[in-house]
Design a protein around this ligand. Structure first.
Ligand code: OGA
Ligand code: MN
Length: 291
């Protein structure tokens, strides 16, 4: 049976209806969802009832879940037990209440307000991210997605030629340093060394190209640093023009899945006295990163 879908943004984000993701899915449905991911880049599933375990199990259908970056700090107490669960909430691990303004977890998560791709700073970069809403504030706190494929298609031919074959260096510490946050231990630096990835990402199943840039990208290899940073800024701008952006307004029970290899995203501000409990699982791009 074909998927029941509703386009949310032309050529881009699409809602998939009628699936209960808390239970095992037939292989044919998983294949249809993979095709839909390749076509749309962002898929929205509403009205789900996921536990952390069922969210991880759903992610595993598409690839191995990666480990949460904050788990590398020695002695850290995390709110969510499984190392695959990324805590995107504004909640304190000890009290479960909205966290202090200066909490380290908040400082790291504030970096999500910059346009980025998840885990581009890893050697094996992030593939699909799956973000699920347990509680949401009454207003604000949307997540915006930019279409890197449409951005690539629109680039002038000269720009496509200029960026073909170029690689950028990515680092979590670079994106956080842009906001003035540098509190990382030697263990975290050692566990998360910079990575290098092509500026153009190619979907191996469809051949479709996308710009692949992010706030984690610090410079372009073999290019003067200021020149590379300007190129990165231009490409981020190209991928986030208002007509290429889908803004997701969260409801409890939403699962949004996006392909980090061809989209950018960012979180929007909200009144942080309200709980916003969003939890993410991201799969590792074991296929194309290994090339
Ligand atoms: C993420 C992320 C943005 C948000 O989960 O990777 O960037 O709106 N989230 O919380
Ligand atoms: Mn993110």
């Amino acid at each position: 049976m074909p998927l029941s879908v509703r386009e949310l943004h032309p050529g881009f984000a699409t809602e998939v209806m009628g699936l209960d993701l808390a239970h095992p899915l037939p292989d044919a449905t998983v294949a249809d969802l993979q095709d839909a991911m390749d076509r749309h880049g962002v898929l929205v599933f509403r009205g789900q009832h996921l536990t952390d375990n069922s969210q991880i199990a759903f992610a595993r259908l598409f690839g191995p879940p990666e480990r949460y970056v904050l788990s590398y700090r020695p002695g850290i107490k995390l709110r969510l037990a499984q190392p695959e669960m990324v805590d995107v909430s504004n909640l304190d691990a000890a009290t479960g209440e909205p966290q202090d303004r200066n909490a380290r977890h908040r400082m790291v998560n504030l970096g999500n307000r910059l346009w980025h791709t998840d885990s581009s700073f890893k050697q094996i970069r992030g593939a699909l991210s799956m973000l699920y809403a347990h509680s949401v504030p009454p207003e604000g706190g949307e997540t915006e997605f930019g279409d890197g494929r449409a951005a690539y298609d629109r680039l002038p031919e000269s720009m496509k030629q200029q960026i073909a074959g170029l690689r950028a260096q990515h680092s979590l510490m670079h994106s956080r340093a842009q906001l003035g946050f540098t509190d990382f231990t030697p263990e975290e630096h050692a566990a998360l060394p910079p990575s290098q990835h092509p500026l153009v990402s190619v979907n191996p199943r469809t051949g479709r190209k996308s710009v692949y840039v992010a706030s984690h990208a610090s410079h372009v290899l073999d290019m003067p640093i200021p020149e590379g940073r300007l190129l990165i800024a231009d490409l981020i701008e190209a991928a986030t023009r208002p007509d290429l952006v889908y803004r997701h307004t969260w409801r409890v029970g939403d699962l949004v899945v996006w392909d980090n290899r061809c989209t950018l995203h960012r979180g929007m501000p909200f009144d942080e006295s309200y709980p916003r409990d969003l939890r993410r699982v991201t799969t590792s791009d074991v296929v194309t990163s290994a090339r």
